[in-house]
Design a protein around this ligand. Structure first.
Ligand SMILES: [Fe+2]
Ligand SMILES: [Fe+2]
Length: 181
């Protein structure tokens, strides 16, 4: 019983080999890819814009941080900026693997992004804005993961890794905010 079930569940080797030889120009995107590629690419490009906007906002905050607590907070801003850049790179690489092109055009970047670019006046304002942006990113990554589900495990794993780091960022910022109060 279990054996016959397994047979209908897995593709036989001959078919697998034959399929792999077709459309080899599509690289990592095989016939077995279950995601809606265009939708996944669109979501990934929105996530990319979000990450770039976050890099820019954190960089601005890093250079503009001033006051008695500025040094340690600025160091945190810089670390987050670098990690958001790392996310942007991961996402770009995945977009290319899926046969798309990363949209890095400054034109419309802010409207593609989920999070906003708010400069903030004081150190506390900056931290608050960054925390809000992280919370936006956390919810949008969670939704993307739910959308991708089992259709594209590689993209899902990448998004899960990024989500975990955005949660760490939010936690860091909430701690900083509590310390400054
Ligand atoms: Fe990020
Ligand atoms: Fe983040």
């Amino acid at each position: 019983m279990a054996k016959s079930k397994k047979k209908t569940f897995l593709t036989d080797v001959k078919t697998l080999r034959k399929r792999a030889r077709q459309h080899i120009e599509q690289g990592a995107v095989t016939q077995g890819y279950k995601g809606k590629r265009e939708t996944v690419l669109k979501l990934l490009n929105e996530a990319l814009a979000t990450e770039i906007v976050c890099v820019l906002r954190y960089k601005r905050h890093y250079f503009m941080a001033s006051g008695i607590h500025a040094q340690s907070v600025a160091a945190e801003f810089l670390q987050h900026a670098n990690e958001e850049q790392g996310h942007a790179d991961e996402i770009s690489q995945r977009i290319v693997q899926l046969g798309g092109a990363p949209n890095l055009s400054p034109d419309g970047m802010l409207s593609r992004s989920h999070s906003e670019y708010v400069e903030g006046e004081s150190l506390v304002d900056m931290i608050k804005e960054d925390l809000v942006a992280e919370r936006v990113a956390i919810d949008s990554y969670r939704e993307m993961i739910e959308y991708v589900r089992t259709d594209d495990p590689t993209t899902r794993r990448m998004l899960e890794g990024i989500l975990a780091m955005e949660e760490e960022h939010a936690e860091d910022l909430a701690t900083l905010l509590a310390e400054l109060r």
